[in-house]
Structure formats: C-alpha cells, structure tokens
Design a protein around this ligand. Structure first.
Ligand SMILES: [Zn+2]
Length: 135
C-alpha cells in the first residue's frame, strides 16, 4: 500500500510557529511531541504503529474491530466517565483511520472534498437542509 497516500499538507502554519523538523516527520504531520494532529497525521501515526498488522488483518477483519469499538463508544455514552468516553472516541477514530489505510483512502482529502466547501446536501456552510433529512 506504499505510495497510495497523499501526504501533501493542505493546512498553513501560522507565522511564528516553526515547521515540523522533517527528520522527525515519520508519518504525515507526526513528530516526537505532537501538539496537534491533522487527519493526514493521524493516518500516518496509525500507519507507523500498526501497518504490518493491519495489512495481515485486511479490511474485513479491521472492520470487525471498528464495530466493536463503536459498541464500546455506545456504552461509554450511556455510563462512561468523561475520560472513558473521550478514549472511546479516540479508539473509533483510530480504527476508522486504520481501515482507511488498508483501503487506500486519504481521509483528509476525502473530508475536504466532501465537506470542505459546505454541506453536501444544500451546499451551505451552515446546513439549511430540513431536520428530517440526514445532513
Ligand atoms: Zn445541508
């Protein structure tokens, strides 16, 4: 799956903030002490940690783990502590990034294309779709 991902950073770095040291940039926007993480950076982080396991597991096996984590998120929404809830959100996002890696999908590019210019339904930045519609 090497070479599939678009590692182009689409955000701009505000003036006064030094760029990431490229020698530490081992996965998208990842560095040794990340203060923030883009979607590309998240996919790079997950790829660095888990890519060999993920490729063995494949999309179907990885999807099962995502569903398990979604179930854990549902439980945490009902009765988890704030920290447990936050970590379940992190797990679901991490497994979503994992599947995207295995399937060769660039999440940042996909989200920007689909939502970056407004609601996919009504094209407005503040959605004006009816409440009974999905968006
Ligand atoms: Zn809308």
């Amino acid at each position: 799956m090497k070479g599939v991902y678009n590692r182009k950073h689409t955000f701009s770095i505000p003036e006064g903030i030094p760029p990431v040291n490229e020698s530490q940039d081992i996965g998208g926007t990842m560095n040794s002490d990340p203060q923030s993480l883009s979607l590309s950076g998240l996919q790079g982080l997950i790829r660095t940690m888990y890519s060999s396991k993920d490729e063995q597991r494949g999309v179907d096996g990885t999807f099962m783990w995502l569903m398990e984590e979604v179930g854990e998120l549902a439980a945490a929404l009902r009765e988890g502590t704030p920290k447990e809830l936050a970590y379940e959100f992190a797990d679901v996002l991490a497994w979503l990034a994992t599947i995207a890696n295995v399937a060769g999908v660039d999440l940042e590019q996909a989200v920007m294309e689909k939502y970056g210019r407004g609601c996919p339904g009504c094209k407005q930045m503040v959605c004006a779709c009816g409440v009974e519609e999905k968006p």
